[in-house]
Design a protein around this ligand. Structure first.
Ligand SMILES: Nc1ncnc2c1ncn2[C@@H]1O[C@H](COP(=O)(O)OP(=O)(O)OP(=O)(O)O)[C@@H](O)[C@H]1O
Length: 386
């Protein structure tokens, strides 16, 4: 294996005390395909970090590198400050829960959970004690003598979790652990795993492509695409202040409104949007822009409000549909934007009165927030992606 700068990295990169796992300029290739591009990531001790991204972006590969199931072509990995890049999986003291549980079908629940301890040569009495504790933690008391096929999907997932916890791992890795569970069970397992993880202060890396799950569970989310981390931040920061268009559209629903740069002051940027000029805080503009440049304004459906049309309304459109969602209503509006293709904007209203106030066919003005928008240059986006 080719490990770049192995000796200097070990000497100089003494990760801070609060870093549990550190990946430094890690490259992973499968044949000609580079799956991870010089990826660096510091995972804090005790945090619940989610790797979120579309299928094939490299999430599982990153998890496999931490676990030791795959080897990096170049770069370094540290756990608790120690280089583990060349260590086999069993020496890394890592607990893993897979999507398909990966239980041994011929072993009882107890034997499955104690497997890792037997492999490590732990004494019989201690194994019995620790297995019992782990079963209590995941609420499997009384099921120790069953075989996996005699358990529900949720119970099998608990066995997999207990098996990962029983070795007292330095890091817990969760690879889409809820995808085989139904919606209700998934919700309760999310809460339980988070509760156990917090109680134990266990550094956890969670892989999902479900943005709702990521927002609900994580201390921080690393949004990945094409083998790089696009942004890593707390859920609310990612949602409110995405750094690039990919993050803005991948996390949550967003409307993209075409606009043109008009000018700026020290604090504000002015855009030509719809039939007039609109000002936003200067900080919402991601890239330096020139006069007349095409820009995209990213705005969340719940941040737009509707108003009665008046002469000062810069954006207006015709209501074409309402979709009742239980706790809110999505209203779809065909917006008039000069020189743009047909533009349907979603507005999310908490109040059920929206359907009466803005019946289908009515014309409304759209009010954009000053905060809570992000402005990106589509040309620069294409250049960066190329
Ligand atoms: N053992 C392997 N040999 C060859 N290519 C692989 C191997 N494992 C993964 N890949 C490729 O690496 C890329 C990243 O795969 P990876 O499984 O890490 O993605 P992912 O983000 O976890 O996707 P998903 O959400 O679908 O699980 C994909 O293009 C995949 O086909």
């Amino acid at each position: 294996m080719n490990v770049a700068n192995s000796a200097p990295a070990a000497q100089h990169n003494d990760p801070q005390a609060d870093t549990a796992v550190s990946l430094q300029r890690v490259v992973k290739k499968y044949h000609d395909l580079t799956v991870l591009h010089e990826l660096s990531l510091n995972i804090r001790r005790g945090e619940f970090l989610t790797l979120l991204g579309p299928s094939g972006c490299g999430k599982t590969t990153l998890l496999n590198l931490i676990a030791g199931f795959a080897e990096a072509n170049t770069g370094e990995i540290f756990i608790d400050g120690q280089p583990v890049t060349s260590e086999p999986p069993h020496k890394r003291q890592i607990g893993i829960v897979f999507q398909n549980y990966a239980l041994f079908p011929h072993m009882t629940v107890e034997k499955n959970i104690g497997y890792g301890l037997r492999m490590r040569g732990v004494g019989k009495d201690e194994i019995a004690l620790r297995v019992k504790q782990a079963m209590g933690m995941v609420k499997l008391d009384g099921l120790g003598h069953r075989k996996p096929r005699e358990l529900s999907g949720g119970q099998q997932q608990r066995v997999a979790l207990a098996r990962a916890l029983v070795i007292q791992p330095k890091v817990l890795l969760l690879d889409e652990p809820f995808s085989a569970l139904d919606k209700n069970l998934r919700g309760s397992m999310q809460v339980e795993i988070r509760e156990i993880q917090r109680r134990l202060g266990l550094t956890t890396v969670f892989v999902t492509h479900d943005q709702g799950e990521a927002l609900a569970m994580s201390d921080r989310i690393a949004v990945m695409s094409g083998g790089v981390i696009r942004q890593i931040a707390a859920p609310e920061d990612l949602y409110q202040s995405p750094q690039d268009p990919f993050v803005a559209s991948f996390l949550g629903d967003v409307n993209i409104l075409p606009a043109h740069y008009h000018g700026q002051t020290a604090t504000e940027v002015q855009l030509r949007l719809g039939s007039g000029l609109v000002s936003f805080p200067r900080s919402r503009l991601a890239d330096a822009s020139h006069n007349g440049e095409r820009l995209d304004v990213y705005v969340r459906p719940e941040h737009i409000t509707l108003e009665n049309l008046h002469s000062g309304s810069v954006l207006s459109g015709t209501v074409i549909n309402h979709v009742y969602q239980g706790d809110h209503i999505d209203t779809f509006i065909d917006v008039d934007i000069p020189m743009a293709a047909r533009q349907v904007v979603t507005v999310r209203n908490a109040g059920l009165g929206a359907m009466q106030r803005w019946p289908i066919g009515s014309v409304a003005g759209l009010v954009l927030p000053t905060e809570g928008v992000s402005i990106f240059s589509p040309q620069k986006r294409e250049a960066k992606a190329a």
